[in-house]
Design a protein around this ligand. Structure first.
Ligand SMILES: [Zn+2]
Length: 335
């Protein structure tokens, strides 16, 4: 309250020194109101009821303002506060259109498997995503705010909050489009279907999709945890990729789409992971057939990347073209 009064007094002195006589009454009222705005800023907003009453009495006494003028000023101030709040909400809303990526797919394929962010921290950037864990210890499927780890032995667990992540892409799933009762026979046909959705919505944006339904056949892979010194991912997968095939499984395909111009940061086009409804089966999708279900689409137009500031990351030559290696690690069956 002392601070409030101090601010008020300094405003008042300025205002009083400007007011020279009764003939300036109208102009003076304007000056006073301007001064109050400049001088006390958000004091009304932060003052408690008792303080507000004192402030009002103080101004009425000082300037002879009527109650209507004081009320109008307070109402204006309240509106300003509300618009500030709306602006803050808008900033949070914009996070919903943002893709957050940890490192690059290119650094992962070169063997950068050290975890650089915890699961706990990563989860603050969205509720859907795909990626992997320290030492490529399994495939990440992040769905509806729960982060699953599909391990090399075929089991699926909920990732520990302290587990770390060398590469992932997450976002907030905010449904922008939905296609119901979709039937596709193959992975290629699924891509065609999704490409059409992307084309209709804008090919140069980013998309997460969920394809929820039944899959007659679902082929996924995971991999065994790697030990240092790390091999490149294509080399590691030659011996340590593990493949699993599931029949007539209900589940969700979680996929991200990046435009063609993203070829040095991730893989252009689609990257599919899968998790069954009972959360016992999942992994990186190698192939699928006969899907029946609904496709939900979330479009994003912002991208943020967390660039690991570690010696091993900084020593890596990321100018090497990884496109062939990425194609191999994305789709090759090893068994
Ligand atoms: Zn994957």
């Amino acid at each position: 309250m002392k601070r409030v009064l101090a601010v008020l007094l300094s405003s008042a002195v300025t205002a009083s020194s400007i007011i020279s006589g009764p003939q300036c009454a109208l102009a003076a009222t304007n000056i006073r109101v301007d001064n109050i705005n400049i001088g006390i800023g958000s004091v009304f907003g932060s003052a408690d009821e008792e303080s507000s009453g004192v402030i009002q009495s103080f101004f009425k006494a000082l300037f002879g303002l009527d109650q209507g003028a004081v009320d109008a000023f307070i109402e204006d101030k309240t509106k300003e506060d509300d618009s500030d709040k709306a602006e803050k909400t808008a900033i949070n809303e914009s996070d919903k259109d943002k893709v957050y990526q940890v490192a690059l797919l290119q650094s992962l394929t070169l063997g950068q498997y050290d975890g650089v962010i915890t699961v706990e921290e990563l989860k603050k950037h969205g509720d859907i995503g795909i990626g992997t864990y320290e030492g490529v210890n399994g495939e990440m499927i992040y769905l509806d705010g729960e982060m699953y780890q599909a391990l090399g032995d075929g089991s699926v667990v909920i990732a520990d909050e302290s587990e770390t992540v060398p590469f992932a892409t997450v976002a907030y799933f905010d449904k922008d489009d939905e296609v119901k009762d979709v039937k596709v026979e193959s992975l290629d046909e699924m891509k065609e279907k999704l490409n059409k959705i992307v084309k209709d919505n804008g090919s140069n944006q980013f998309y997460f999709i969920k394809a929820e339904g039944t899959y007659e056949d679902m082929q996924v892979r995971s991999e065994l945890k790697q030990e240092k010194p790390y091999k490149t991912l294509d080399e590691a997968l030659k011996t340590d990729q593990r493949e699993f095939e599931y029949k007539d499984v209900d589940g969700t395909l979680v996929a991200i789409y990046f435009p063609e111009y993203f070829s040095t940061l991730n893989t252009p086009g689609w990257h599919f992971h899968f998790i069954s409804d009972d959360k016992s089966m999942g992994g990186h999708v190698l192939d699928l057939s006969n899907f029946e279900g609904d496709i939900k689409v979330s479009e994003m137009n912002q991208f943020e990347m967390y660039c690991p500031d570690t010696d091993t990351f900084n020593d890596e030559d990321l100018s090497v073209d990884q496109s062939e290696r990425i194609k191999s690690v994305e789709q090759d069956k090893q068994q």
